[in-house]
Design a protein around this ligand. Structure first.
Ligand code: FMN
Length: 180
């Protein structure tokens, strides 16, 4: 299987990166192909609401940037590991720009263009205590489900804790990758 890991954190070796990469490490050891993309390092514009993508089920996002290539790879993967820090009770700007461009995955009848059964794991990092942002995570879960991505679960680094190798959270992420 192709396992695509995405991090919306701008920080180097961030908590989100560590957890997404831990899942990918497990997936790699289980024999899957893995790829990691740090959205802050690519050229990705925000959705321009041109609606070109919605005019037919064959159409893709019209923007000619690396963001469109990430969307193609999202459509092509079997498992997505989507990661974002919590910023102002929402996603980071980088992660939100990527998620907004999922608009192009649906046609004018809001039928998804994504075929088959894909899977997704949600990864988040926050300063607040566990449970604070469950609604945010559930909103993203609904978006994923409506695009044929089955939600496998959520991994959250809370209270600014670094999910170091050897920690329970790191192990949970690694095992989630092994289990794919
Ligand atoms: C601009 C900004 C906004 C933030 N807003 C929140 C917030 O609303 N709630 C929260 O719990 N933590 C907030 N934080 C803390 C981050 O979520 C926390 O540091 C997290 O570990 C960052 O993830 P990263 O290590 O993957 O970059 C914010 C941090 C920044 C820089």
């Amino acid at each position: 299987m192709k396992v695509l890991g995405i991090s919306g954190s701008p920080r180097k070796n961030s908590n989100t990166d560590i957890l997404v990469k831990a899942v990918l490490r497990g997936a790699g050891e289980a024999g899957h192909d893995t790829e990691f993309i740090k959205l802050n390092d690519i050229d990705m514009q925000a959705c321009q609401a041109c609606d070109y993508c919605r005019e037919s089920s064959e159409r893709r996002c019209k923007l000619e940037d690396e963001g469109s290539s990430v969307l193609d790879r999202t459509m092509d993967c079997d498992v997505l590991v989507f990661g974002s820090p919590v910023y102002m009770a929402g996603l980071s700007a980088q992660a939100k720009a990527y998620i907004d461009r999922w608009y192009s995955f649906k046609d004018s009848n809001r039928i998804t263009k994504i075929k088959g059964n894909k899977k997704v794991i949600g990864v988040y990092a926050q300063g607040a205590k566990d449970g604070t942002y469950h609604r945010l995570f559930e909103t993203n879960e609904r978006l994923f489900n409506s695009n044929n991505f089955e939600y496998l679960g959520t991994l959250v680094s809370t209270e600014y804790r670094v999910p170091e190798e050897g920690s329970d959270l790191f192990e949970k992420a690694y095992q989630a990758g092994i289990a794919l």
